[in-house]
Design a protein around this ligand. Structure first.
Ligand SMILES: [Zn+2]
Length: 320
């Protein structure tokens, strides 16, 4: 029997349940939605998590579909799933945990008697990450527009870097960001404790993004194949790329932005990226690429003030 919270899965079965997580402001108990997938054969334990940022819904969509499609009788190993980590943020679709205004992915491994976010981080860290051999922490570019990519955050000098990069490539989104992340990220802290964790970033949108959700489902099953939890080879793009740095590009003038170079576009230094016009028209400026690279992320809304963020170019792109 595989137990996770109240989920109890017999061999070859899947069960969903709740993991008790504390009390809300009105004193009622709250619990995270969890699932346990108990494979018929022996194999590694994979931890899957979504909703660390409460406005990032694509990962929630991915896990719902993975649980619908996975056949535990054909699986070697076990899967532990937390469908929504940021319980309070999810209720109001806010990025941070509104109880302590904190981004949960900066406080891992958390603390059982700490702040609200630290307690949630510690709960899943102790109940799931420490039981796992590998983990995927599903994110997206919040509500800005972003390409589908996977982040390796342990740093290239880390002893688990090659394993993390292998997971990221197997996930198979074509683009990987390979750069050491900030303190408190699960994809940093897990590898320090011997658990390879990568951070798939599945697009960015307000609400659902079907294309990114389906890519994420494909990626999760790819990783299970890479880890020999399922039969077959992962289905990956023939060529994948990794970026090591970003350059953020801001508007020089205030007004409305029209992108000339959209997501996934390869640009050369000096190439036009976007135009800014006044609210009632009339061209004000054309902003050009400060470096060569791939347009990785853009703002969602068209209006900008002078000095406001418009897009990011991933530079130092190389084939992997
Ligand atoms: Zn996120």
């Amino acid at each position: 029997m595989l137990e996770f919270g109240s989920a109890e899965a017999s061999t070859g079965e899947v069960d969903v349940g709740r993991l008790q997580a504390g009390e809300t402001r009105d004193g009622s108990a709250f619990a995270l939605p969890v699932a346990a997938v108990n494979g018929a054969g022996d194999g590694p334990t994979l931890y899957l998590q979504a909703g660390s940022d409460g406005d990032e819904l694509n990962g929630v969509g991915v896990l719902r579909r993975v649980l619908d499609r996975v056949d535990a009788s054909e699986l070697d190993g076990q899967v532990l799933v937390v469908g929504v980590l940021n319980f309070h943020g999810f209720q109001s679709a806010s990025h941070h945990n509104p109880v302590d205004d904190t981004k949960i992915n900066r406080v891992f491994p958390g603390s059982r008697d700490g702040s609200s976010s630290e307690r949630l981080a510690a709960l899943v860290y102790e109940e799931a990450v420490e039981r796992a051999d590998y983990a995927l922490d599903l994110h997206q570019g919040s509500t800005s527009r972003m390409i589908d990519e996977v982040r390796v955050r342990c740093g290239t000098a880390h002893e688990l870097h090659s394993t993390c990069l292998r997971l990221a490539c197997a996930f198979g989104t074509e683009f990987v960001l390979d750069r050491k992340g900030p303190d408190g990220q699960l994809a940093r802290v897990g590898p320090d404790d011997g658990v390879p964790v990568v951070d798939p970033e599945l697009g960015g949108s307000v609400g659902w993004d079907e294309g990114s959700i389906e890519k994420g489902v494909h990626g999760v099953f790819n990783v299970m194949k890479e880890l020999d939890m399922l039969d077959g080879e992962p289905d990956m793009p023939k060529q994948q790329y990794r970026a090591k740095a970003f350059e953020n590009v801001h508007s020089g003038r205030g007004g409305l932005v029209d992108l000339e170079a959209d997501l996934y576009r390869e640009v050369d230094e000096g190439e036009p990226l976007f135009d800014v016009t006044g609210v009632l028209g009339r061209h004000k400026e054309t902003v050009k690429a400060p470096c060569s690279g791939v347009v990785w992320r853009t703002r969602r809304l068209p209006m900008v003030a002078s000095g406001e963020y418009v897009l990011s170019i991933a530079s130092e792109i190389e084939e992997i």
